[in-house]
Design a protein. Structure first.
Ligand SMILES: [Zn+2]
Length: 546
């Protein structure tokens, strides 16, 4: 009996993994996931490289009515159940027009909906399809779905606060067309007043109800300076709610009790909070697939465990072994090659940025001297050149970079970055815009990264790299622009990693943002002239092009 159950689980898990990989190979997945930055592991940290994670992260979840189980949804549509949650199917084998962003369970817990960035709705089990925004023009991508208490309808909410009501869901107003300080990140039905609540990433709460009812509002974090709110959950009496931040912090309002919290760990972030419907308590789901119950809700971990991010590109060619010398790279991380102490990092803990590290050793470009770059924009969409110039100006303002354009090339992006060094010279950064047939994006819309070399005097120095942006994508359809992708990928090339805050351009998916957030700006500053000057490794120079 045990063996059979285990076997079934393994088979089902394997099947879903195969479907996931198959859909990636077919290039059918999400066009709006930007990609993973990452760094190559391995012995001898000689070269940092690119790593496109195309399946996307865990983006949403839902709790069962008992509170004893939950589902997590991946950006590519994969759904994984845990505890008493049953699997009713998923969208991992469908050709999606945008990545999955939201999930909600039916009141019975015997079904669920998925919603994609483009407004497409997918229903499973006893979840009924009542309509979608797929194929309709949107001012901003859809981010979340909330069923009505009966389950016979749902609301879809967009980043800009736009609301779309289906089935028995009633429209009582929205924030669409109203300037918001931060994008909307969550929506929740308020059964006692037949309305709904929205929460923005800055903690602002917006409550809507029929004209005869008092909207359910018990306070907000708006104005408190946070920028990482990801959701809210009601108390059993509907007399209050908990607000969740991506770092795992939970804040109580109204009659919500303090049941504790768990900080997000190891680079993961909290992505959703789900109330126990009958007794005070809630469950928090994290982006690594773990979940913790508080109050009456038990804890647990998703089964199957999250599949590792598939890498649609073959691993880069191994770099040549470093020449042995008395000053070869340390095997354990040594002192940071630039100070990370007072005056460099932001004074507030609310700013979210992360520097790419390889064996805990950050690297930077030699920013006190010109950083040479070439472009390959023969396939670029209109406005891409202007967007690049604008991005470089924004980066220069933040980090003091001195970018020098040295030529237009016609290059294969992979070949360029795999041969970053030519003799004693380093190839300039390559900023390219390619179509899906010219470059393998693996379901993402861009890739960016850098190559590092060890310098006895400067530590790890970024010496080459680049960014490639997909040319044949209608970014406006997703409320974004190629400027956002250019900025995101070039920041990877300069040394920044992903962060969990949707208020930063280094969030791994496209949002309405197309400029640096406060954390991005600090990161660009820290990697730029906010730190001491370094130089290219001794005896090296930029390679001639053209
Ligand atoms: Zn990225």
């Amino acid at each position: 009996m045990m063996t059979t159950m285990l076997w079934n689980r393994v088979v089902r898990r394997t099947l879903r993994s195969l479907l996931l990989v198959a859909s990636l190979v077919a290039g059918l997945v999400a066009v709006v996931t930007i990609e993973g930055a990452g760094s190559t592991a391995g012995t001898g940290p000689v070269e940092r490289s690119f790593d496109a994670a195309a399946s996307g992260p865990i983006v949403a979840g839902a709790s069962t009515p008992s509170g004893d189980g939950y589902w997590v949804a991946y950006a590519d549509g994969t759904v994984a159940p845990a505890g008493d949650a049953e699997w009713y199917g998923d969208a991992s084998d469908l050709p999606l027009n945008g990545p999955i962003q939201g999930m909600a369970a039916t009141p019975s817990g015997k079904g669920y909906w998925l919603v994609a960035f483009d407004g497409g709705v997918f229903s499973y089990g006893d979840a009924a399809f009542h309509g979608s925004m797929g194929g309709s023009p949107l001012n901003a991508p859809i981010f979340s779905i909330a069923p009505t208490p009966t389950g016979a309808g749902y609301w879809l909410v967009a980043f800009d606060g736009g609301i779309f009501a289906f089935g028995d869901a009633a429209f009582h107003g929205s924030m669409g067309g109203t300037p918001l300080n931060a994008p909307i990140n969550g929506i929740l039905a308020t059964p006692q007043v037949d309305g709904y609540l929205m929460v923005a990433s800055d903690g602002g709460v917006f409550s809507f109800a029929p004209p005869t009812e008092q909207p359910a509002f018990f306070g907000s974090l708006g104005g408190s300076g946070v920028n990482d709110v990801v959701g809210l959950a009601p108390t059993p009496t509907n007399g209050g709610y908990w607000i969740l931040r991506s770092n795992g912090v939970v804040v109580e309002f109204g009659d919500a009790e303090d049941h504790g919290q768990r900080r997000a760990r190891n680079g993961s972030r909290a992505i959703g909070i789900f109330a126990n419907p009958s007794e005070s308590g809630f469950r928090v789901i994290f982006s690594d697939g773990t979940s913790v119950g508080f109050g009456k809700a038990p804890g647990g971990r998703a089964q199957p465990e999250p599949a590792p991010d598939p890498d649609p590109e073959p691993d880069p060619q191994p770099a040549p072994a470093p020449t042995p010398s008395p000053t070869s790279p340390p095997t354990t991380p040594g002192p940071l090659p630039f100070p990370v102490g007072e005056g460099l990092y932001p004074p507030s803990g609310e700013v979210d940025y992360s520097i790419v590290r390889d064996d805990d050793t950050p690297g930077r470009f030699p920013v006190c001297k010109p950083i040479e770059y070439v472009t390959d924009f023969s396939s670029a969409p209109a406005g891409a050149r202007e967007a690049l110039d604008d991005v470089l100006a924004e980066l220069t303002a933040a980090g003091g970079y001195d970018f020098r354009f040295v030529g237009e090339v016609n290059a294969d992006f992979r070949e360029w970055r795999q041969n970053a060094q030519v003799g004693d010279a380093f190839r300039p950064l390559l900023f390219a815009s390619k179509t899906g047939s010219e470059h393998s994006f693996g379901g993402a819309v861009g890739q960016g990264g850098a190559t590092a070399r060890w310098s006895p005097s400067s530590g790890w120095v970024l010496v080459s790299g680049g960014a490639v942006m997909k040319a044949d994508v209608d970014y406006a359809r997703f409320g974004s622009s190629i400027r956002a992708v250019i900025l995101h990928e070039i920041l990877h090339a300069l040394g920044l990693n992903h962060v969990g805050s949707t208020s930063e351009i280094m969030y791994p998916s496209l949002t309405a943002l197309d400029r640096m957030g406060p954390g991005d700006t600090w990161g660009a500053h820290a990697l730029g002239t906010g730190s001491p000057c370094i130089d290219l490794p001794e005896g090296h120079r930029w390679a001639d092009v053209g």
